[in-house]
Design a protein around this ligand. Structure first.
Ligand SMILES: *[C@@H]1O[C@H](CO)[C@@H](O)[C@H](O)[C@H]1NC(C)=O
Ligand SMILES: *[C@@H]1O[C@H](CO)[C@@H](O)[C@H](O)[C@H]1NC(C)=O
Ligand SMILES: *[C@@H]1O[C@H](CO)[C@@H](O)[C@H](O)[C@H]1NC(C)=O
Ligand SMILES: *[C@@H]1O[C@H](CO)[C@@H](O)[C@H](O)[C@H]1NC(C)=O
Ligand SMILES: *[C@@H]1O[C@H](CO)[C@@H](O)[C@H](O)[C@H]1NC(C)=O
Length: 446
């Protein structure tokens, strides 16, 4: 009976507490972590308990962990101002709440704060983070951030200091032998530009995280009008010649970014105002070795991850230096498969031409043996004598020599004309890239 009374009183107290919390809406209790709720294993984190929406600290507060909100953690310790936790271990990962005592009535304790997840990082191997189709996202398009690992992670957390206050939880799915999670963001509806990392954790301890993935910078393009891109001395340069790409615009961009098709990283340079009212950056590419298709973008200092539309693509091609690229005996001709293929073709042609000449000459020699009288142009007197004399082959040898010379000359004329003028040109390969615009070409020089 008395037990029942106690129960009713407890339930009643609980209901009253729920209906009339100690703190009004204004005095909401909250727990904060500095510098971050993601704490590297062995690192430190400072916890503070706040009231009045985080504007004031509780001088004295207690902490609760996970679902044991009736048992203060750390032996009923009362913390003053702040609690420096660390060096943290995986056992410290979890959900924390706090209660503070008000300065005006130290015996009165605040309501329990909202939960705060403290995550300990660096316990598992880092996953990899990828943007699909790529990290430069045209304004209005959607990008998928894909976090994947060869470890089976039940949870992934996507972190971006700019865009989410707390790491965004994603459910890990089995993929191949490991796991993966996709997060798609529409760039029209959310401000997604910034630096991202992701972490993974196993199902039974969600807040014990892997090391962070490598960072991924998501840039939104198409925010401002396109700059123009030009090459000095021109879009076609000799190998070894210095190339400078200039990006300029009438917009007062602070920075320019130069991207080369097929390369992940962009070069960035500050813009310099010119006397004619344009803002320009000159990218020195150094001595040209291989060509490529370039684009540039402009941006402002206040929004480093928001770029202009890309400039028109600029294909830069490099022509070889004939003196340098003459094949040398020490240099193997097998730098790429294609020149070797050409050499085989040329070699075969030469052998076939020589065989043709040989058979032609053999045929001519046999015919001459039979029709020597008809073919002979020498004065008749001497010839009759000489013709009967089979030991006198001189006139025939002259004919052979002339014939031989004529065929070889023809060969010498025709073969080089089928070949390109300079050796490096025949080793250039023009490759159409899958994502490239029709006129964009990348030139490789072995
Ligand atoms: C909380 O107290 C600390 C001193 O312990 C102070 O540096 C900090 O600014 C205070 N924060 C807020 C939000 O009042
Ligand atoms: C905080 O707690 C200490 C005892 O641990 C007490 O002496 C002090 O008065 C309290 N301060 C406030 C502002 O509640
Ligand atoms: C993530 O997206 C990629 C590309 O759309 C797809 O191949 C992959 O299966 C997706 N993974 C998951 C776990 O949904
Ligand atoms: C992105 O959001 C905008 C505005 O809500 C919408 O018009 C557009 O269709 C969305 N794009 C995609 C790919 O979902
Ligand atoms: C402006 O001046 C820079 C050099 O200061 C030059 O490279 C650029 O071509 C000029 N642009 C125009 C539009 O005249």
């Amino acid at each position: 009976m008395s037990l029942m009374v106690v129960s009713v009183v407890c339930v009643g107290f609980f209901l009253v507490q729920r209906a009339c919390p100690y703190t009004g809406g204004q005095d909401k209790t909250s727990l904060s972590a500095q510098p971050n709720t993601l704490v590297p294993q062995g690192g430190h984190v400072t916890l503070r308990c706040h009231y009045r929406r985080g504007f004031n600290n509780f001088t004295n507060f207690t902490l609760y962990k996970d679902d044991r909100s009736h048992v203060p953690v750390f032996h009923s310790r009362i913390f003053q101002q702040s609690f420096l936790m660390g060096p943290v271990t995986p056992a410290d990962a979890g959900t924390y709440r706090c209660r503070g005592s008000y300065p005006h009535s130290p015996t009165e304790w605040s309501a329990l704060s909202d939960p705060l997840e403290i995550m300990v990082t660096g316990v598992h191997r880092k996953p990899s983070l990828l943007a699909l189709p790529g990290p430069l996202v045209k304004s209005g398009e959607t990008v998928t951030l894909q976090c994947s690992s060869d470890t089976v992670f039940g949870h992934f957390f996507l972190h971006s200091e700019v865009n989410f206050e707390e790491p965004l939880h994603l459910v890990g799915e089995l993929h191949g032998g490991g796991s993966q999670a996709n997060y798609s963001i529409n760039s029209t509806t959310s401000d997604l530009a910034g630096t991202y990392r992701c972490y993974g954790s196993v199902t039974h301890s969600p807040y014990v995280l892997s090391a962070p993935s490598d960072t991924l910078d998501i840039v939104i393009t198409g925010k401002y009008e396109k700059p123009s891109l030009s090459a000095q001395p021109g879009p076609t340069v000799q190998a070894g010649e210095n190339v400078i790409l200039s990006c300029s615009s009438r917009c007062s961009f602070d920075m320019y970014h130069l991207s080369r098709e097929g390369e992940a990283r962009e070069l960035s340079l500050s813009a310099v105002p010119s006397v004619n009212g344009t803002f320009q950056a000159d990218f020195p590419l150094g001595p040209a070795t291989h060509g490529g298709t370039y684009r540039c973008f402009g941006s402002f200092r206040t929004a480093p991850y928001k770029w202009s539309d890309p400039s028109d693509p600029l294909p830069v091609s490099v022509t070889g230096n004939p003196s340098r690229s003459r094949p040398s005996p020490t240099e193997p001709s097998s730098k790429t498969g294609i020149p070797r293929h050409l050499h085989v073709l040329i070699g075969t042609s030469v052998v076939m031409i020589l065989f043709t000449i040989f058979f032609f000459l053999l045929h001519r020699w046999c015919s001459n043996k039979k029709n020597a009288a008809v073919m002979d142009q020498e004065p008749a007197g001497d010839r009759t004598v000489n013709r009967e004399d089979s030991d006198e082959p001189d006139p025939q040898e002259v004919t052979y020599a002339q014939l031989d010379h004529r065929v070889l000359t023809q060969g010498k004329i025709t073969r080089p004309s089928q070949r390109p003028k300079t050796p490096p040109t025949d080793t250039s390969v023009y490759t159409e890239l899958p994502n490239a615009e029709p006129r964009s070409k990348v030139v490789f020089y072995p």
